[in-house]
Ligand binder design. Structure first.
Ligand code: SF4
Length: 436
């Protein structure tokens, strides 16, 4: 079975939630919609306190090409342009607070009916940008940008990422099982944009039901490939390597080896945007872990508070840590007053016995992190440079190629938080560039 070099085998723990069908989270009375939910240039609010808004209405306009709008998740009145803790940065960030009116009325003209296959490439890209579609696997890079490679890059490979290699999470798995048509039709739209006549859906072998269903439903031009279960199989560069044997060069992007990867959820959002004009205002999220009473896969609107999500899932049960995302790449949270975002693939609640909240010690040069690193880096060196803040030296050691998968941290017998050091070094490097 196809795979990549390096990687690890953490316990899967998907059994907690993988067989739970998607349930709709009920309409909330108030939403906190973060203005910045994507990588790239910021967006600017275009509504003010007191404005009436409808579901799907634009709340913020993108400032630049690499940026997207956010939209109202329901109808109601704007209470304020407030601030709320951003789940990624941990800092207060602007959000549009909406008091729902309970009518849940769509903005005028939404949803619409149109045939994406009768639209031009530019019209499709515009529909995707207008709908605020971003990478829903967690990366949140604007999708219209990823689908607009420069003219000198020839794309011959399109991969739909259904690997979902993070332990615990099952949101993409449930999506593929319950709404395969949305994924497949969205993949068809992406193929049209890229000018390709074939694509591959890549799914880890621990989802045999999704592999079987996708094989039954997929048209001949979309091949379904089962991949070996190994983390981080769903990382873009590892996925491309496993399926094509190509290696994205140091400092390069998938387009440098002719490939584009889109998450299964993103494909579904592309279909909604292009066929029905529906913006990205909701997503499927796995709420799971032994620290939550009733693990669920929920269809939840962007801007819903974590506090409400936890309550809907039966409350906490000896919780020690709450993470947005999976255990390997997710981000631990310090408050329940944060909002679901477009990239929130999971809410993971761990009990103390499932965490490792202990101190770290000096590197013992065992080499396990080197074996585990899927990017061929020397994580132990990066971690030592991280302790000293030596970002320039770390860049010489390919710091920027680190995909922050956390495999090195997972295997470190000295418990070294290597990926934290890497993030710190990258932040120092960014700050130095900004100053320059
Ligand atoms: S150095 Fe980066 S890419 Fe390599 S294992 Fe660690 S986090 Fe993953």
């Amino acid at each position: 079975m196809k795979t990549f070099k390096g990687g690890i085998h953490p316990p899967e723990e998907k059994q907690l939630v993988k067989d739970n069908p998607i349930v709709d989270f009920p309409l909330s009375s108030r939403y906190h919609v973060l203005v910045q939910q994507h990588l790239g240039a910021p967006a600017k609010p275009v509504v003010k306190a007191g404005d009436e808004v409808r579901k799907g209405q634009v709340l913020s306009e993108p400032l630049g090409f690499v940026s997207v709008p956010v939209h109202a998740p329901t109808s109601g009145r704007v209470k304020e342009i407030g601030r709320i803790v951003h789940p990624v940065t941990g800092l207060l960030a602007p959000c549009v607070v909406i008091d729902a009116d309970g009518r849940d009325e769509w903005a005028e003209g939404l949803p619409m009916e149109r045939d994406p296959f009768a639209m031009s490439r530019d019209e499709l890209l515009d529909a995707i940008k207008t709908a605020g579609v971003v990478g829903m696997g967690g990366a949140t890079f604007p999708t219209h940008v990823k689908l607009s490679p420069p003219k000198d890059k020839t794309i011959d490979t399109f991969i739909v990422n259904g690997a979902e290699c993070e332990p615990y999470l099952s949101s993409d798995h449930r999506l593929m099982l319950e709404q395969p048509e949305r994924v497949l039709k969205g993949a068809g739209v992406v193929m049209k944009i890229l000018g390709l006549d074939r694509a591959t859906i890549a799914i880890e072998a621990n989802k045999p039901d999704a592999i079987k269903l996708m094989r039954e439903k997929a048209p001949a031009e979309i091949q379904v490939e089962a991949l070996k279960v190994k983390y981080p199989q769903g990382a873009e560069k590892q996925l491309i390597n496993a399926l094509t044997g190509r290696e994205v060069p140091s400092g390069g992007l998938p387009m440098d080896v002719g490939a584009v990867v889109q998450n299964a959820g993103t494909c579904a959002a592309v279909w909604d945007a292009c066929a029905r004009g529906i913006p990205l205002i909701e997503r499927i999220t796995s709420v799971t872990g032994r620290g939550i009473v009733q693990p669920k896969n929920i269809r939840v609107r962007v801007g819903t508070l974590l506090r409400e999500v936890i309550e809907f899932s039966g409350g906490l049960n000896g919780a020690a840590k709450i993470i947005f995302g999976g255990p390997m790449m997710g981000i631990a949270q310090f408050t329940q007053d944060i909002a679901i975002m477009k990239g929130t693939s999971g809410v993971l609640v761990l009990r103390e016995e499932d965490t490792n909240i202990t101190d770290y010690s000096a590197c013992i040069s065992c080499g396990r992190c080197v074996e585990a690193c899927p990017m061929g880096l020397i994580p132990s060196t990066l971690s030592k440079l991280g302790e000293k803040g030596m970002w320039q030296k770390a860049k010489e050691n390919n710091l920027l190629d680190c995909v922050e998968c956390g495999s090195c941290t997972y295997v470190s017998p000295a418990n070294r938080p290597i990926v934290h050091f890497v993030k710190h070094l990258k932040a120092l490097s960014r700050a130095a560039s900004a100053k320059k």
